[in-house]
Design a protein around this ligand. Structure first.
Ligand SMILES: Nc1nc2c(ncn2[C@@H]2O[C@H](COP(=O)(O)OP(=O)(O)OP(=O)(O)O)[C@@H](O)[C@H]2O)c(=O)[nH]1
Length: 366
């Protein structure tokens, strides 16, 4: 039964926003990159560039911290931290592993530059400029230290010059990559702000300014959606057209501001008294529309009657001598196959009848 109601509600912006909460991946891209690094070490081992012990120790180290971050993400512990994405500790762990392996196994230095750049690329969009710059300087200094330490042992020959050249390339490309990353970050922030603005305008475009309820255009779209949903599921829904009695007189005697207060206050109690699944809006002037999914005529009349009674208890003594208002309501149940305009016309006929029979009542035309 709730399916139709949910399908109807699916058109509402609140629903559109629901489910947008992002979930962080449990195996992060940084962890995946480190696993790829471990795989490249296997090739070094396979080709005989590094020993089996070094490979196993390095791979176990990578696997160890990847599993540790996996456990943190799975347990939800990351949500309690200042940056739940844990980008800095992950990048730190990846870089420290790579530098250590490059120090212990000089032949792996060739893998250092590309993997370092990839690790940094995950941080440039998330970390502040000062943090990423500091991290880059630390990496460059450590890398230079490794090259010099190896030179102390192996001498300052071709190997040293090649290592220095590699370091120089990294020293040039890293700042450039940080600059590009910062531009992407700015673009991301602009996009996010634009999306929020769009959502704001989208929300405003479907609301009535005075009451905050859905406006006529949105009501008509919701009615059409309700009709299609009912056609597909052979369920039904009902419609109430609600009109404030002698509203023109209120305006004429007490002014438009008093009239506005009446509309606003009524909208508030009407919104509070309907179910979450019901769709309430201002159809125009002093006329409101209530769409009741999964509700037959009898149920709709009960809803309308309750609303009529609630409205009678509203006290407007602060804005006009006439303390109370009354409502006339026309109700109609959707007939399979009929057009939305016909349904509205039948509810309107009920409303007309309520007015004819003396107002302050709920009527329908069968
Ligand atoms: N204050 C205020 N008045 C509005 C607004 N929109 C429409 N109106 C007025 O609402 C009044 C609607 O009156 P009607 O529905 O025609 O007549 P009524 O006095 O309610 O009479 P019955 O419906 O027969 O009881 C008109 O005077 C409009 O000018 C608004 O946003 N604020």
């Amino acid at each position: 039964m709730d399916d139709t109601r949910n399908a109807l509600q699916a058109g509402l912006p609140e629903r559109r926003k629901a489910g947008q909460a992002s979930h962080l991946p449990e195996i992060s891209p940084i962890s995946l990159t480190s696993l790829l690094y471990a795989l490249s070490l296997f090739i070094f081992y396979y080709q005989g560039f590094i020993g089996g012990t070094s490979f196993i120790a390095a791979a176990a180290g990578v696997l160890g911290w990847v599993l540790m971050f996996y456990a943190v993400f799975r347990s939800g512990a990351h949500l309690r931290m200042a940056d739940p994405s844990l980008v800095l500790p992950q990048i730190g762990a990846a870089l420290a592993t790579m530098l250590l392996v490059a120090y212990l196994e000089p032949s792996t230095r060739i893998a250092l530059v590309p993997f370092m750049l990839v690790a940094f690329s995950f941080g440039v969009c998330r970390l502040t400029t000062s943090t990423i710059t500091l991290l880059a300087m630390l990496c460059l200094l450590s890398h230079l230290g490794i090259v010099l330490a190896h030179a102390q042992v192996e001498g300052y020959g071709m190997e040293f010059r090649a290592g220095l050249l590699q370091w120089f390339v990294l020293a040039l490309t890293l700042p450039a990559m940080i600059a590009v990353g910062k531009q992407i970050q700015t673009l991301r922030l602009t996009l996010r702000a634009t999306r929020h603005q769009l959502e704001h305008y989208e929300e405003r475009s479907i609301r009535d300014d005075l009451t905050g309820l859905y406006n006529r255009r949105q009501l008509q779209m919701d009615l059409e959606r309700a009709r299609l949903t009912c056609g597909a599921r052979s369920a039904s829904f009902s419609l109430c057209l609600i009109d404030v009695d002698h509203f023109k007189q209120i305006n004429d005697s007490h002014g438009h501001l008093a009239g506005d207060t009446v509309l606003r206050d009524f909208a508030r109690i009407a919104r509070d008294s309907v179910r979450d699944s019901d769709i309430l809006g201002r159809f125009g002037g002093d006329e409101f529309m209530l769409i009741l999914p999964e509700t037959d005529l009898k149920g709709a009349v009960v809803h309308a009657e309750r609303l009529r009674v609630y409205a009678q208890f509203l006290d407007f003594s602060r804005v006009m001598e006439q303390r109370h208002i009354s409502l006339s309501i026309g109700v109609a149940q959707y007939r399979p196959g009929e057009k939305v305009t016909d349904l509205i016309a039948r509810a309107d006929a009920g409303l007309y009848r309520a007015k004819q029979l003396g107002r302050n009542r709920v009527e329908w035309v069968d």
